[in-house]
Ligand binder design. Structure first.
Ligand code: C2E
Ligand code: MG
Ligand code: MG
Length: 721
């Protein structure tokens, strides 16, 4: 750093010596000098200034040139007049006023190249040397002088008054030396003018540049730089002294202040926007907890310099059936519960725990594991206890919330934080699949199961496009009349493979849950309904008019807004009598918005189709609402029938369902009738209808039609099987 620089940097300009000040000034000047000549304006002003000075000087020079030329000509005339006057003229001889000798002397000793002598009556008397071009005439205006166009000679008329003799003399005067002198004069003047103009321009531009143009150029550059980089403008140190020096100092410091204010303003706006965006992008507005992105970010941060022997657990939580609370009680209640869950999680865990809301009703917790103090399971238990340990009171109503919990441990279950979270989520899904309200630790097997599910989902989409589904029909009988009353339509997926058989049947129990969770059940369900309707048509063509086909409809389909319209449309298109169709719904369908479910059931019933509750007794107890459901039939779940003969509980459940159904004026159908003992028991208990392997397994359409046509209305034929 030069001395000048260091002095500048310290900002002690006021205490500088004169020499230092001059040095700084020269340095600054040199810096801005280069800029100065880059400016077009500077060049334009320089050229204009030079031209103006040149013009002024040229005008002055022209004036002095002609004055000088005139003075030279007048001197020539005067000298010629003196020379002529000094010659003796004789008045006696009319034809010879001057002697030849005198005339020759005049021509040789003066600038006179020739002359004519005229009387006062303009009569030419004598002529010597070159002939002047002015001719004297009476009565005409005569020129007194005439200059030849080359500037070599001047013809001049000397009058008697000039000469003091009674003659006119027209003389040709030699002006060549004057012309030469004037040319030299012109050349010298041009050089001087040019030099002077350049000198004046330089001096003026230096002054103008120093006081005005350079600061203007610098100011312009400063503003341009500030426009290009408004956020962090940088001012050369010397500019800060501009004010002291008075070189557009006020404008400069006003501009700098404005630029600084602008930068400050931009920074402020940016940082406010940044923190706002960060808040929106990384935090959940409702609970003010970090969101999934922020949670992973925090885990990443944490793992950056984590000791090798440190482990932490990531626990993920899903509130069981929270959607139903939201739908039935309104979102404001749901929001209060979510806020309370967030608060409880925070309060029940140590400060170093990271708590986040990673989905609608999903939370995540991270806590380091300290040997001998806590285990992953303890932490997961603490989380589950915090939520279900106590009810949530909202608007004086008490809500019991249960939750499913999954956890994974770093680094055993994933070396990357997002993998640990993903695996905790997989464990959580397992907890939900296993019946909710429980804790599951991540295991590699779950991962494989998830992969398998992904493959299955892909194949399922393909199956729908390639028509790999079939409908099989399992006959249903009236126990008393022993007649076939209809069949339940059960989907089958024939999945082609490279085996000898060319493929295999995949059980609906395996793919329906996946179809449900992916939403694929909606188009599949539509296909089933259409296929069932077409089968009813076929049955009627085969003379089996009274048979009814029961179709399973999933809860997911029930949540579609246009379910009723879609089914109505299919019934209308196939021209069926709706009474030949039945819709089976499971009790889980009624969870959620119960009023909406009742409304859909009513609308379906109004179309004329029959309604049955499938797997009755296994699910969520809908007894309280049963009276309001417009249903025709209860289907006792096969698990009760299967054990009814050796388990008194199951037998009494079966009895109760039959009694309940009859009390509500409903038909009761028992599923899973496999033996004659099952049949006998059900008959004794007053069950109305049966379905099961004792009579037939689900059959392909053609086989089912054959079965119906061959059946003689006597259930005892199945005793032999
Ligand atoms: P579900 O509606 O309760 O159907 C009865 C299930 O019990 C059928 O299993 C049937 O084959 C089986 N079953 C019938 N009688 C007996 C018996 O005597 N013993 C034994 N062990 N089982 C018997 P499947 O066909 O495997 O269907 C399983 C479930 O998949 C069905 O239970 C139903 O919930 C669902 N499902 C089947 N087809 C469809 C469909 O088209 N749509 C929907 N949404 N679900 C379907
Ligand atoms: Mg069913
Ligand atoms: Mg069933």
């Amino acid at each position: 750093m030069s001395k000048a620089d260091s002095i500048k940097a310290e900002g002690k300009t006021s205490s500088l010596s004169l020499l230092d000040r001059v040095r700084i000034e020269v340095k600054n000047f040199n810096q801005s000098y280069a800029l100065f000549w880059k400016s077009r304006t500077s060049w334009a002003i320089t050229v204009m200034m030079f031209c103006t000075i040149l013009c002024i000087q040229a005008t002055v020079a022209m004036m002095s040139y002609s004055a000088y030329q005139n003075s030279r000509v007048e001197a020539l005339i005067k000298a010629s007049r003196t020379a002529i006057s000094s010659v003796g003229f004789e008045n006696t001889d009319k034809n010879n006023f001057i002697s030849n000798k005198a005339a020759q002397g005049l021509l040789s000793q003066s600038s006179i190249q020739g002359f004519n002598i005229h009387t006062t009556e303009y009569e030419l008397v004598n002529q010597y040397g070159q002939k002047p071009r002015i001719m004297l005439h009476r009565g005409e205006d005569m020129p007194q002088r005439f200059v030849d166009n080359k500037g070599h000679s001047l013809d001049y008329v000397f009058s008697p008054n000039d000469l003091g003799h009674p003659y006119y003399i027209t003389a040709r005067l030699d002006t060549r030396s004057i012309s030469q002198d004037m040319a030299q004069y012109g050349r010298d003047a041009a050089v001087i003018i040019l030099l002077l103009s350049a000198l004046l321009t330089t001096v003026l531009m230096t002054a103008l540049g120093y006081w005005f143009l350079q600061p203007t150029v610098t100011l312009t550059r400063l503003l341009k730089k500030a426009i290009a980089n408004p956020e962090t403008p940088q001012f050369p140190a010397h500019l800060k002294q501009a004010k002291e020096q008075g070189r557009l100092g006020d404008a400069m410091s006003a501009a700098m202040t404005l630029i600084e204010q602008n930068a400050q303003h931009i920074k402020q706006v940016k940082s406010t926007a940044e923190s706002e965006i960060k808040k929106l992008a990384y935090f959940d507005a409702l609970t003010e907890l970090p969101n999934r992105t922020m949670f992973i970010e925090k885990l990443r941060e944490y793992t950056k310099d984590i000791p090798d022997d440190e482990h932490f657990v990531v626990v993920t939580v899903d509130l069981d059936h929270f959607r139903q609370v939201n739908e039935s009680m309104g979102h404001s209640v749901g929001d209060v519960i979510l806020q309370s869950v967030a608060k409880r999680l925070r309060q029940s865990l140590p400060k170093r725990a990271i708590v986040a809301r990673i989905g609608e009703d999903d939370f995540a917790v991270m806590l380091p594991i300290i040997k001998g103090v806590n285990t992953p399971k303890d932490i997961a238990q603490r989380v589950i206890d915090a939520i279900r340990g106590q009810g949530f009171t909202v608007m004086e109503e008490d809500f019991r919330i249960h939750c499913s919990v999954g956890y994974a441990v770093y680094p055993e279950d994933g070396s990357d934080p997002s993998d640990v979270l993903k695996n905790a989520d997989i464990a959580l899904s397992r907890a939900k699949e296993d019946g909710r309200d429980m804790i599951r630790a991540y295991s590699r097997d779950f991962d494989m199961a998830v992969q398998a599910r992904f493959h299955l989902l892909k194949d399922l989409r393909h199956a729908l496009e390639n028509e790999e589904f079939e409908l099989h029909f399992q006959p249903q009988f009236d126990l008393r009349s022993q007649k076939i009353i209809g069949a339940e339509a059960l989907i089958r997926w024939w999945k082609p493979d490279n085996s000898k058989q060319g493929g295999m049947y995949i059980s609906p129990g395996e793919f329906i849950p996946i179809a449900e969770s992916s939403g694929l059940i909606v188009p599949i369900g539509e296909w089933v309904f259409k296929e069932a309707c077409m089968t009813v048509q076929k049955l009627q063509l085969s003379g089996l008019d009274d048979l009814r086909v029961a179709v399973n409809v999933s809860g997911v389909q029930f949540r579609q807004p246009n379910l009723v319209e879609t089914l109505q449309h299919i019934i209308y298109e196939t021209g069926l009598d709706p009474k030949n169709l039945e819709i089976e719904v499971t009790e889980s369908t009624f969870m959620g918005d119960i009023n909406n479910t009742i409304d859909i059931l009513k609308r379906l019933h109004e179309t004329g189709v029959e309604l049955a509750i499938d797997d009755f007794g296994t699910g969520y107890s809908s007894l309280a609402y049963l009276r309001q459901f417009p249903i025709d039939r209860l289907k006792i779940d096969r698990s009760f029938i299967m054990n009814a003969l050796n388990n008194s509980d199951d037998a009494s459940i079966t009895r109760t369902i039959i009694a309940l159904g009859h009390a509500l004026n409903l038909k009761v159908l028992a599923e899973g009738v496999e033996t004659i003992d099952h049949q006998t028991f059900l008959l004794e208990e007053g069950c109305d209808e049966v379905q099961g392997f004792r009579y037939a397994k689900p059959l392909p359409k053609e086989a089912f039609i054959d079965f119906c046509q061959n059946y003689k209305g006597d259930l005892s034929v199945f005793d032999k099987a």
